[in-house]
Design a protein around this ligand. Sequence first.
Ligand code: IRN
Ligand code: FE2
Length: 593
Amino acid sequence: MTLQDARTPENGAGSEPQIGWHKGYVSGSRPDLRVPVRRVHLTNGKHVTLYDTSGPYTDPNIETDVRRGLAPLRENWVIARGDTEEYAGRPMRPEDDGLKHTSPRGGLKNLDAVFPGRPRQPRRGRNGAAVTQLAYARRGEITAEMEYVALRENVTPEFVRDEIAAGRAVLPSNVNHPEIEPMIIGKNFLVKVNANIGNSAVTSSIEEEVEKMTWATRWGADTVMDLSTGRNIHTTREWVLRNSPVPIGTVPLYQALEKVDGKAEELTWEIYKDTVIEQAEQGVDYMTVHAGVLLRYVPLTARRKTGIVSRGGSIMAAWCLAHHQESFLYTHFEELCEILASYDVTYSLGDGLRPGSIADANDEAQFAELRTLGELNTIAKRHGVQTMIEGPGHVPMHKIKENIDLQQEICEEAPFYTLGPLTTDIAPAYDHITSGIGAAMIAWWGTAMLCYVTPKEHLGLPDRDDVKTGVITYKIAAHAADLAKGHPGAQEWDDALSDARFEFRWEDQFNLALDPDTARAFHDATLPAEPAKTAHFCSMCGPKFCSMKISRSITEQFGGDADATPEEVEAGMLEKSKEFAAAGNRVYLPLAD
Ligand code: IRN
Ligand code: FE2
């Protein structure tokens, strides 16, 4: 797969419009404020408008080129606020790319891999000012970003501002990531989905990571986390950031660990801080910080069935034990807040002690850490840093609600961002499902963003198909929760699809589907002929044995009279039964053509 291929229609991220829908825009109060939507055209002349995360790649009128990056949509907004300044920035060093221990000749094999797009200087708040959406919201200001998400979510800009000011929602938008289409994460908005991508020392290239990002957003990922380790870590992130229409998250600790050759005990606050600044200058929108793993909590995990399963959590636990000191993330937390505030990087306070098995769910280690995250949330807010809180993990269904209730109470309703949770441990290879169940439940009760789990969880690195399966699974969980929460407008999509199904408008059914390609392919596998797409039956029941068709004829027979008596319905059924018998009682009839 080459970078060029990353935009071809075959992978869905291409610039060709998808059949049956086109990219539309909703205009705001200024000409440069245009919110993308997906307009599905129905064969009955109506259309349905859906939230769209796919970026300019699906707009045939916009020419995209991964070598140039996306247009810096927000740049003028950031500059116009007048509170940031450009500066020289931190020069990139070989070790930033994980190349510290390779011979000079073994460095970047392909120099072309260095991002060739427009040169740029990093920006930050002038004199260390907090240039965060939280700071603006508290001052009563409505930013262009807030107006943008208000249009996206169909609410007023004032509501967006108030939710951010209260700390109930975050709008991750680093001043150095002007390419994003702003989005909001909070329990009073649509439930969001994050997709993780990232190379490792052994597999995958820059091209593949960029392609996974566009692929994930094509299917509906609201944010993407780049969890790359190993080689080309800085350069991979640069390509991903410059081409991403959604906020990008990272775990800076992973790259810091690369810089000390994987030896956790050699980590220092200085190396960590340097890495955070490096990533903030590149434009990372939110960062997972495992600052709640305290020295005294580590022994609480000793008798667990699966100990510490968080990568970041185990790195920090190892550091604390090696030095027998409190975590540098905790002791330098205020300084970190000041850095994040000056770029508007959002905190995602990591759950380093999340349970990694059903047996360990809701234990003392997990909740002790959560209480510390509550403390840190208060400190972050004091510095004007937008903050969300990460959550588990592996939790059986009956223990899920306690998680969200406690988090909301302890963290003053800061957005909860959970990994699943997986509701059972018994199904490796199907953990998108074990976790999709928990994700739907916890989102219904108020979790604002769900971190997807792919079928490869616990087994290997997800490929393209796994990314798609993970995103689709989590879009189902998120939408199911939006419905249950009664989110305004959420049910319109379901109603449109049900109408299409009941009226046998097959093309509309496919085009409205979360995954039109698979829906169409499944249908065509048994009924490929063109007439079958308008036929009033599907292959499951056959032409004469379709419950939808029968009930439709009943509706027609009684002139659409919803007040048909049970006797009349019975008579209609009997009529159908006779028709069915007359046709030879065959459930499956050969296709006419
Ligand atoms: C989300 C909620 N809890 C954990 N996550 C995600 O897991 C987090 O956002 C990041 O993508 C990944 C971090 O894993 P470790 O380092 O905690 O294992
Ligand atoms: Fe797990």
